[in-house]
Design a protein around this ligand. Sequence first.
Ligand SMILES: Nc1ncnc2c1ncn2[C@@H]1O[C@H](COP(=O)(O)OP(=O)(O)OP(=O)(O)O)[C@@H](O)[C@H]1O
Length: 357
Amino acid sequence: MKVHFPIRRGVVLDKTVGYVYAVDGVDLAVRQGETYGLVGESGCGKSTLGRAMLKLTEPTAGRVVFDGVDLSKLKGEPLRTMRRRMQMVFQDPMSSLDPRQSVESLLVEGMRAHGLDKDKASTAARLRELLSAVGLPSTSLRRYPHEFSGGQRQRIGIARALSVQPDLIVADEPVSALDVSVQAQVINLLEDLQAEFGLTYLVIAHDLAVVRHISDRVGVMYLGGLVEEASSDQLYATPLHPYTKALMSAVPVPDPEVEDLRERILLAGDLPSPANPPSGCRFHTRCPWRQETLCDTERPELREVLPGHRVACHYAEDIRDGRIRAHEVKAQLVQDDWDVSPDSSLAGPASVTETLG
Ligand SMILES: Nc1ncnc2c1ncn2[C@@H]1O[C@H](COP(=O)(O)OP(=O)(O)OP(=O)(O)O)[C@@H](O)[C@H]1O
């Protein structure tokens, strides 16, 4: 899958002067019934990939195969049916729900579009079912989005996605706009609904803790590419790609004794622009293990390094087995720039290159 957005200039934006390589060669499979977590820094292409999977964004190259059917070959009714089976839950329910529509109207809209509102009695029963499934009172139907709290609004967003009986839900940062106290409730709700309705999830999040909790498998994206993929347990226990290692090492551990002993890998510089990505391995400009020539000339394939564990690094085994050591760079620790937020998000250092051990 590739999604390149043209950068246009000129008085009527008629000249294409370059491209934003938002998704640049990602190959992944989400298995039926699982939760696949997609993580990475802001701007690495997670949302674009999720939208392209649902055909909300047209890919520049590549294809989406859902249940054995190539979506690019579908048109008309078969495409509408496929679309019904794949729904999205958005980050900010306030901006994804039309404030002028009542909850009833928001929920019926999708059902109507797909001919699922057969008669009044069964529609009313279905609405009651949906509200109960997401834990909202039946009195909610006549109310409007602004009358609800953030967590409740996200429940409406989830009910809306469920209203058309999907098989796959792409949840794009489903809890990051919510108070921490409410996040766990919504995550638990998503898990309960998965068990109840046999749903498959692709959950996009920058928060490693959320992804770890909810995912069976995790994919890590960096600058338009997938750099590592493994089962959640495996990835968190044994991250192999230098970028993933750095992300994991930035998550604070509650035990101060363990925290003191931990290796912290700090990355140099900011995320490069996806309009002008580095040559070779996209991560080489920030990688403490980079090696001459190969890393900056050849883009590594995502390859299976351990069973079910794919890594896009030329030197994954050498780094794992300690044959290549991280570059010793003069300590230049700027603590103020080290913005590891308590929610263990991917906020990173601004200008630090050092491996502390
Ligand atoms: N419609 C668009 N036109 C042009 N550029 C876009 C468009 N949508 C996204 N981009 C760019 O593509 C890159 C990837 O964006 P995307 O939103 O997919 O990243 P993300 O990892 O989901 O980040 P975030 O968590 O901040 O949403 C960014 O540089 C973004 O500015």
